[in-house]
Design a protein around this ligand. Structure first.
Ligand code: ATP
Ligand code: MG
Length: 416
């Protein structure tokens, strides 16, 4: 069982920078105990680190000290070995993408204007900004032709969140800070956003710090998980497998609680198990040819795909046999999961669409296989037998706290 390849410390294309916190302290004025007592932390370039811990333990404070939205009271922060606690904080923030829970888009700006905010400040020319915007919208899975000129209010929460990620990536920063970025979206959209983040990470090799209150999300996304307790105290900082296998302190044990069994499952990805191959058919193709392929493969149904290979529907051979050509019917309830999805995600997708199976897609969303609920259940059952079931304490969900208001959003200082 490996998760390491997931956020697969992309060795070939690391564009991220290392981050080091060296004795970092934050004392808020008028408080007797520091919010962060003394934090030492090293994050490797190109890694994703997930920050978890109970409400008020200092996750947001720590994140915001890295881009100096909050100034540390003491200690040093090094990015790529350079002390960033001195110097111009605006300059610093131009090199650090920042995403918050509510996406934090400027409501009166179109999507493309939002994404171009930092590049404009950096003086990029119009053409370069336009190209970059198109590339990024594509990267986060939004059709530029459809969304570039929309206002945030005319988009779903998940779509806005994607724009938030695109905007944070706009100036190609080596570091991305994300504070509960997927907290406000529904579970299915959340899984899609997580999967796109994993793909983006694999492609771009950024260094990403992501705060989440969901331990399962942390194990899915993090190369390493940082578990904090009150005062920004490090309880454990290790790979998810390591934390699950050897919780370092009673605090960690209690924190992961019975969520641990579930989290074990998140270490298993769709691509780690044998999924079935599928017969694809293109819209407009002659039915006889498709039926021949289906027969040869022993398939009782096929996946209809568009020119890009993106799945539209999955009719049975009987359903397609009544027409001469493959129809362009779009099944809005078609379940699909990415290869990078966890088995939990796959199960969720099937349950949400009340289907006994799901399509498997690659990073671009093209259909590459299928998975039945039975095969997933079999693997999960095997896992559950292996997992120690003696830890049945209830997993206490901690409050997420109020949605952070971020007056000092990097762009707002440059927006004027
Ligand atoms: N501006 C402030 N002034 C005084 N105390 C603050 C301020 N901001 C945060 N704190 C305190 O610092 C501590 C850490 O807060 P922080 O926002 O970093 O927690 P968190 O781990 O992000 O919590 P959550 O999961 O609820 O978002 C808390 O006790 C909080 O009350
Ligand atoms: Mg917070």
């Amino acid at each position: 069982m490996t998760n390491t390849d997931a956020a697969a410390a992309p060795t070939s294309n690391v564009t991220g920078a290392s981050i080091h916190l060296d004795g970092v302290v934050k004392r808020y004025p008028g408080t007797d105990k520091p919010a962060v007592e003394r934090l030492d932390l090293g994050i490797e370039a190109g890694h994703i680190v997930a920050f978890v811990g109970p409400s008020g333990c200092g996750k947001t404070t720590t994140l915001k000290m890295i881009n100096r939205l909050i100034e540390p009271s003491d200690g040093r922060i090094l990015i790529d070995g350079r002390d960033v606690t001195k110097g111009d904080p605006d300059k610093l923030r131009q090199g650090i993408g920042y995403v918050i829970q509510s996406a934090g888009l400027f409501p009166h700006w179109t999507v493309s204007k939002n994404i171009g905010a930092i590049p404009r400040v950096l003086g990029w020319d119009k053409k370069r900004i336009a190209e970059r915007t198109e590339y990024l919208l594509d990267l986060v899975g939004l059709d530029p032709g459809v969304f570039a000129e929309r206002l945030p209010k005319d988009m779903s929460g998940g779509q806005q969140q994607r724009v938030g990620v695109a905007r944070a990536l706009a100036a190609d920063p080596p570091v991305m800070l994300m504070d509960e970025p997927f907290g406000a979206v529904d579970p299915i959209t959340r899984v899609r956003l997580q999967d796109s983040l994993i793909n983006i990470q694999a492609e771009l090799g950024k260094t990403i710090c992501i705060v989440t209150h969901d331990f399962e999300e942390a194990t899915k996304l993090g190369d390493k998980v940082l578990i904090l307790s009150e005062g920004g105290h490090v309880e454990q900082y290790a790979a998810p497998e390591e934390i699950l296998a050897n919780p370092a302190t009673p605090f960690v044990e209690e924190f992961i609680g019975s969520g641990a069994t579930l989290a074990q499952l998140t270490l298993l990805r769709v691509r780690d198990i044998d999924y079935d191959s599928v017969v694809t058919a293109t819209v407009g193709e002659r039915t006889t040819a498709v039926l021949e392929r289906a027969h040869a493969a022993g398939a009782t149904w096929v996946v209809v795909v568009d020119e890009q290979g993106l799945p539209l529907s999955w009719p049975s051979v009987d359903e397609i046999a009544i027409r001469d050509e493959i129809a362009d019917y779009v099944d809005n309830r078609l379940p699909r999961v990415a290869q990078t999805s966890t088995l939990n995600d796959a199960l969720d997708s099937m349950l949400a669409t009340s289907q006994g199976g799901t399509l498997v897609t690659d990073g671009r969303g093209a259909a590459i296989g299928s998975l039945t609920i039975q095969s997933v259940m079999d693997v999960i059952k095997g896992q559950l037998e292996v997992a120690r079931t003696d830890k049945q304490e209830t997993y206490v969900e901690h409050a997420t706290g109020p949605i952070p208001v971020v007056p000092a959003d990097p762009e707002s200082s440059v927006d004027g």
